[in-house]
Write a protein that binds this ligand. Structure first.
Ligand SMILES: Cc1cc2nc3c(=O)[nH]c(=O)nc-3n(C[C@H](O)[C@H](O)[C@H](O)COP(=O)(O)OP(=O)(O)OC[C@H]3O[C@@H](n4cnc5c(N)ncnc54)[C@H](O)[C@@H]3O)c2cc1C
Length: 539
């Protein structure tokens, strides 16, 4: 039957492209990949610095906003999400970070056997093509290229020097033996171009006759026969169609859309579904719950020298990039950063992450401030507040209700205060002296605790790492089991950032790729404890 596949993957994002590649590697598997957004033709996707322009392309982005956030002056926070081949890996800042090894120990201890550090490391290694070469912690030959930045603004080095002057160590590899310290980020790029999962995983698999990729295909809901998922209904070019899955449907729509799709299909908290008139097929209370995100606070300083990215000639940058693939166009903008231990945590793993941007970045770059400046982003890595994805309506074309519930736990506010304090401690070091103008945000005049709290409530924003809304676990309340199968439903898994039981200490793209790598082995029945060396060789 033309519209019957072995596997249907919903969403061609960070996870979905990995699945499409790995599952279609066996020509016997017929695989359908459905993506709501378009192909990744826009050149600003591929030129790394183009990410600053991507906020203007509404068609590549779901452009979500949260509901009014009570602890943030009832502001609706902007939540960009990629809606294009590659998903958010096509619009993200390319920082390559795996998190801390103890994050995965936490996952395993929370009832997820098989997801401890030793078990997930082989999948990180398998996914990677590390330009520095292979080691115990890095792989070569994998689809996801990881490189050093080919160009960095001199202010990024100044930031690292200032962090050292403030007493923090330098670190050349945040994914090496120690995460702690300051340095330049490695980036998911290949030869100075973005390496999204659409580039790294999907592109080489596209010619396979057993893989069908449909863009502009919005999945509306899952088709169920009793407790068994039989396929999906999707809309494309104004037509509604059904595709059937003889084996499994794999939801890879991301932390917002995957729980929304489950709920639209009658799988979720009964009260929420009934409220919007959806028939309950399976009452699963935690669908959409356990939402966690990194809340970020920016310190912006005026730069007294015109060396930032604020006033670059876009034509010159563009020409240099498109002719030679070099220069500022290859920058991921958030070039340098660091991992710090605040001292407030229960252990000595880093609990704050910083990103340094040699430009004035206000309101996600949507508010262009005049002049030159630099920005330090800082976020607590393991917030305690939990939110929820809910529904406004039973219409799949309507955005879901995002309630992040930021700062609902008092400790999260204390950590945000630490973020501002530590950002300033670095920015006030001698290394910045030749460049330091006045502080724009919070502003030199803001010194008191109360003033700082008001600043955080007025200006804190997401740094784009929502996870946890289809939580993996062994307990009955978990949405998926450790094999990522939706509890109580046959033929359905969730494979994306939403399954993370808790937020990792770092950016979330590489961990999502790892989840999809491991999921593909689980789906194909290959997962077993393999010695690390053999795993790397197989890659
Ligand atoms: C602006 C930004 C900057 C970031 N910077 C970094 C960074 O520097 N480093 C890092 O590690 N992480 C970063 N992240 C986070 C990281 O990119 C995400 O955690 C990761 O991409 C999530 O992967 P995913 O597969 O869960 O979802 P996504 O990659 O978002 O993929 C979901 C896909 O499903 C599609 N989809 C959803 N619903 C449907 C439907 N109903 N029908 C069909 N298709 C559907 C979407 O269009 C999308 O393509 C950033 C994210 C953003 C948005």
């Amino acid at each position: 039957m033309a519209n019957t596949y072995d596997y249907i993957i919903v969403g061609a994002g960070s996870a979905g492209c990995v699945l499409a590649n790995r599952l279609s590697a066996d020509p016997a598997n017929r695989v359908l990949l459905l993506e709501a957004g378009p192909r990744d033709w826009n050149p600003f996707i591929h030129m790394p610095a183009g990410l600053a322009k991507l906020v203007n392309f509404k068609s590549l982005n779901w452009n979500y906003s949260t509901e009014p956030e009570p602890a943030l002056n009832n502001r609706r926070l902007y939540w960009p999400r990629g809606k294009v081949l590659g998903g958010s890996s096509s619009i993200n800042a390319m920082c390559f970070i795996r998190g801390h090894r103890s994050d995965y120990q936490d996952w395993a201890a929370a009832g997820n056997p098989g997801w401890g550090w030793d078990e997930v490391l082989p999948y990180f290694i398998r996914s990677q093509n590390q330009a520095r070469g292979s080691s115990d912690l890095h792989g070569v030959g994998g689809p996801l290229s990881v490189e050093d930045l080919s160009f960095a603004n001199p202010l990024s080095e100044v930031f690292i020097q200032a962090a050292e002057q403030a007493g923090f160590a330098a670190n050349r590899d945040f994914n090496g033996p120690t995460q702690r310290g300051f340095g330049l980020y490695q980036v998911t790029q290949r030869g100075g171009r973005r390496c999204s999962t659409a580039v790294g995983y999907l592109r080489p698999a596209r010619p396979r006759p057993n893989l069908t990729v449909l863009t502009g295909a919005l999945t509306l809901n899952l088709e169920l026969a009793g407790d068994c998922v039989t396929g999906v209904r999707y809309q494309r070019r104004g037509m509604i169609r059904t595709a059937h899955a003889s084996r499994e449907v794999l939801l890879a729509g991301g932390s917002i859309n995957s729980p929304q799709l489950l709920m639209l299909s009658g799988i979720g908290p009964a009260r929420e579904l009934e409220r919007v008139g959806i028939d309950v097929r399976h009452d699963l209370d935690e669908v959409g719950a356990n939402l966690q995100d990194h809340l970020d606070v920016c310190t912006l300083t005026r730069c007294s020298q015109p060396i930032t990215y604020d006033q670059l000639s876009e034509i010159r940058v563009g020409l240099k990039y498109f002719l030679y693939h070099e220069g500022e166009g290859t920058s991921n903008i958030a070039e340098a950063g660091g991992f710090l231990v605040s001292g407030r945590g229960r252990d000595d793993r880093p609990d704050i992450q910083m990103h340094f941007v040699p430009a004035l970045l206000d309101d996600h770059g949507r508010n262009r401030l005049p002049g030159d400046g630099y920005t330090v982003h800082a976020c607590p890595l393991r917030p305690q507040s939990r939110g929820r994805i809910g529904l406004h309506s039973a219409d799949p074309r309507q955005p879901p209700a995002i309630r992040a519930n930021y700062l609902s736990e008092p400790e999260d506010l204390e950590m945000m205060l630490e973020c501002v304090r530590l950002s300033r401690a670095i920015l006030n070091q001698p290394a910045f002296k030749p460049f330091r103008g006045h502080e724009i945000y919070p502003g030199n005049e803001v010194e008191s605790r109360q003033g700082m709290i008001e600043f955080i409530r007025a200006k804190a924003e997401s740094i784009y790492h929502p996870v946890g809304t289809c939580r993996m676990g062994s307990d009955e309340r978990a949405v998926v089991d450790p094999q990522l199968r939706v509890r109580g439903i046959e033929g359905l898994r969730v494979v994306d950032a939403s399954v993370m039981p808790s937020l990792v200490g770092g950016n979330t793209n590489a961990p999502t790729v790892m989840i999809a790598e491991k999921a593909s082995d689980l789906i194909l029945g290959l997962a077993r404890a393999r010695p690390r060396a053999a795993e790397a060789e197989a890659a």
